[in-house]
Design a protein. Sequence first.
Length: 453
Amino acid sequence: MTIKLYNTATRQKEVLTPIKPGEVSMYVCGPTVYDRAHIGNARAVLVFDMLFRLLRQEYGAESVRYVRNFTDVDDKINARAAETGREISDITAETTQWFLDDMAAIGALEPTDMPRATAYIPQMIAMIEELIEKGHAYAAEGHALFRVRSYEEYGKLSGRSVDDMIAGARVEVAPFKEDPMDFVLWKPSDENTPGWDSPWGRGRPGWHIECSAMANDLLGSEFDIHGGGNDLTFPHHENEIAQSKCCGHSFARIWMHNEMLQVEGKKMSKSLGNFFTVRDLLDQGVSGEVIRFVMLSTHYRKPMDWTEKKRQEAENTLRKWYRVTEGLDAGEDVSADALDVMKDDLNTAGAIAACHKLATEQNFRKLKKTMQFLGLLIEHTPSWALQNEVDLSSFETLLFEARQAAMQNKDFSEVDRLKAGLLDAGVSVMMSKDGVSLEPKPEFDAAKLEALK
Ligand code: AMP
Ligand code: ZN
């Protein structure tokens, strides 16, 4: 049962050797709950959902502990409350439920533990006190700050030196900081901002200490895997490591980071008008399963591009695979090819390719079983998969009539033109003496078909 994973910390693939034999522990940074999850967030969730499923398959469902937090104290949440006049607790409760609903809609299993940061304030305070005691942090003007220069290995995960970071980063310079690189562990709250009593006065935690404290409380001082998007490598994960190691924790062994998602080749942003949430897609009628299929089709360490074309192809493929597996019992075993590539650094794209191969070989029961392992083809054929994506019947008539004419005048050029155009658009063409039958293939492209008319 060898699973290899790429470890950002060592920059190589490593065999996963659980600290406790036969049991795996994993921590993944979860959402800050003030708004709907966008499709980039969904990518990160699905990457670690697939890892969770693979680990459960290999080690048994009871032997995998997967912690994903909710950050429910954060200045973005405070800002949202100030803008809207709503209670913070209403905003975080509503957004947490949205997140759970939207992630369920794309087939993500719930982690075994979903701690909320606000339930771990005493643990955070205890860690900060220990850091101060050991000289790795200091209190100043109601703040507690981590003394970055006191941790020699700072920057090792992301491969930067402290001096490079100072040159490149947007570090907050503040008069009470000993060094601009020092980061906040605790900060003061005014009467309109959520706060807890602490040795440094009433205040709230910084973001990084939340994960260090929750991981330690739930998984212990050393655990197997820590994950998140690669935008978190620096500073968030670098800071988590510094805090935890300086408290004497060994912390995570393997660090996994997913690459970012873009939309039609561009960074997703509200100003470009290409920003959308999972809920936006679901509301437009895109099935959660289609979203999942598109996401799994790219390896997690490659940038992924969300495109309308991929959405359409995924829909066509799923529609076809629902049709061919309808009423069949899933086979006994997941395809060995799919499992092998999944165990080699979570190659979900390779697993989808293995499914295409099974479909070509008409091994439909194994296809169903393997797809179900990937969290797909789990329902009875859903209604969207029953409809025909495109009405090809007018082209069937066109081609049939062209052929009738060609048999008369012995000029097949129009038939050839139509056939070539259909094939180019990703339509399979079946002609017999009784008629013409057309079917969209996974690579079907409706735009090319339009041009043919
Ligand atoms: P945030 O709410 O921005 O802290 O992000 C929550 C999770 O989503 C983190 O693991 C991020 O790394 C990840 N994430 C944010 N944006 C993207 C993106 N465009 N593509 C992939 N993952 C992302
Ligand atoms: Zn974190």
